[in-house]
Design a protein around this ligand. Structure first.
Ligand code: AN0
Ligand code: CP
Length: 318
């Protein structure tokens, strides 16, 4: 694995999941692998879980870690080529990424979409330029369109909790007061369609995700129907892809409650966090026995560790 930007970088998904589960049992088994290797974690947006879990994963592998909050502590970056930089941007991504590549052996990058121009965000221009100019392996800490470290942790969580060989997994849209990226939902869909699960996506009309990620997943506009017999409910808000970046609905009926849980096969409930209580997800579910959200966040460590281990092995061992 040279870079980790999407599921397409993974040759064998179930082997990676098993690796993560092994590392969860024995986190210090490879504490020499990353010796004298430096991971840089570059954030252009806030983070709690991704920052701490990826840092911990790297430390477990014996790596050195440097974290930079580019949005608050760095220079404003220019990404367009050929512009005369007489406005707010101070430094071009060509130099900034190249310099970071000099200091780091692997770089993790978080950069959310602007949610203004669909083409701009879905071309992953920032990430592609970062990969090109940094010249070192890059791991996504959430890009404009995908969040693969989250999806791997989600799959690990399903794998370790499932009670049926092929569980029914329902990704449901939930209300939110802000326009959020589609990245977590896109990425979850991209991983689920490649996994051995029955996968259904439910959302109000107008919230269809990009086909390139949902593939042949079943889309059901009636949430109650989608939830019937579900073993897992994966809750996430996203803004519209079609009417790009817009909030089209705040319908509170889409929030999962204990009443909705009755439609399922006692489904376990997942959310990547951060979650807004009482809007995206009810207190009774978050505080109830079916919530997996803390276990899911905990699995961010072993998921990131499996990815970093693979990247260290691919890029640095002879
Ligand atoms: C971000 C998102 O929806 O992409 C990060 C989730 C991991 N969430 C928020 O901005 C609230
Ligand atoms: N789930 C997740 O990526 O959380 P953070 O945004 O806090 O990193």
């Amino acid at each position: 694995m040279e870079n980790f930007i999407s599921v397409k970088d993974v040759k064998n998904i179930s082997a990676l999941v098993n690796e993560a589960l092994e590392l969860k049992k024995n986190p210090f088994a490879h504490s020499e692998l990353g010796k004298n290797k430096t991971l840089g974690l570059i954030f252009l947006n806030p983070s709690l879980r991704t920052r701490l879990s990826t840092q911990k994963a790297a430390l477990n592998l014996g790596m050195n870690v440097m974290v930079m909050n580019m949005d608050k502590e760095g220079w404003a970056l220019e990404t367009q080529d050929g512009v005369i930089m007489n406005h707010n941007t101070v430094e071009h991504i060509r130099e900034a990424a190249a310099v970071m590549g000099e200091y780091c052996d692997i770089i993790g990058v978080r950069s959310f979409p602007r949610l203004v121009d669909q083409h701009e965000d879905y071309s992953e221009d920032f990430f592609n330029k970062f990969i090109k100019y940094a010249g070192v392996p890059i791991v996504s800490l959430e890009s404009a369109t995908l969040h693969p470290l989250q999806s791997l942790a989600d799959l690990v969580t399903i794998e370790e909790t499932k009670t049926k060989p092929r569980p029914k997994v329902v990704l449901t849209w939930a209300p939110h007061i802000k326009a959020l990226p589609q990245a977590v939902a896109n990425s979850f869909a991209e991983w689920m369609v490649k996994s051995d699960v029955e996968f259904v996506i439910t959302h109000p009309e107008g919230y269809e995700l990009a086909k390139e990620f949902t593939g042949n997943a079943t889309i059901e506009y009636n949430q109650d129907k989608a939830l019937a017999g579900a073993d897992y409910i994966y809750i996430k808000n996203w803004s519209s892809y079609e009417d790009y970046g817009k909030v089209l609905s705040m319908d509170s009926h889409w929030m999962i409650t204990n009443e909705k849980l009755k439609l399922t096969d006692n489904a376990q409930v997942m959310h990547c966090l951060p979650v807004r209580r009482g809007i995206e997800l009810s207190d009774e579910i978050l505080d109830g026995p079916n919530s997996l959200v803390i276990q899911e966040a905990s699995n961010r460590v072993c998921a990131a560790q499996a990815v970093l281990k693979k990247m260290l092995e691919t890029n640095f061992s002879k």
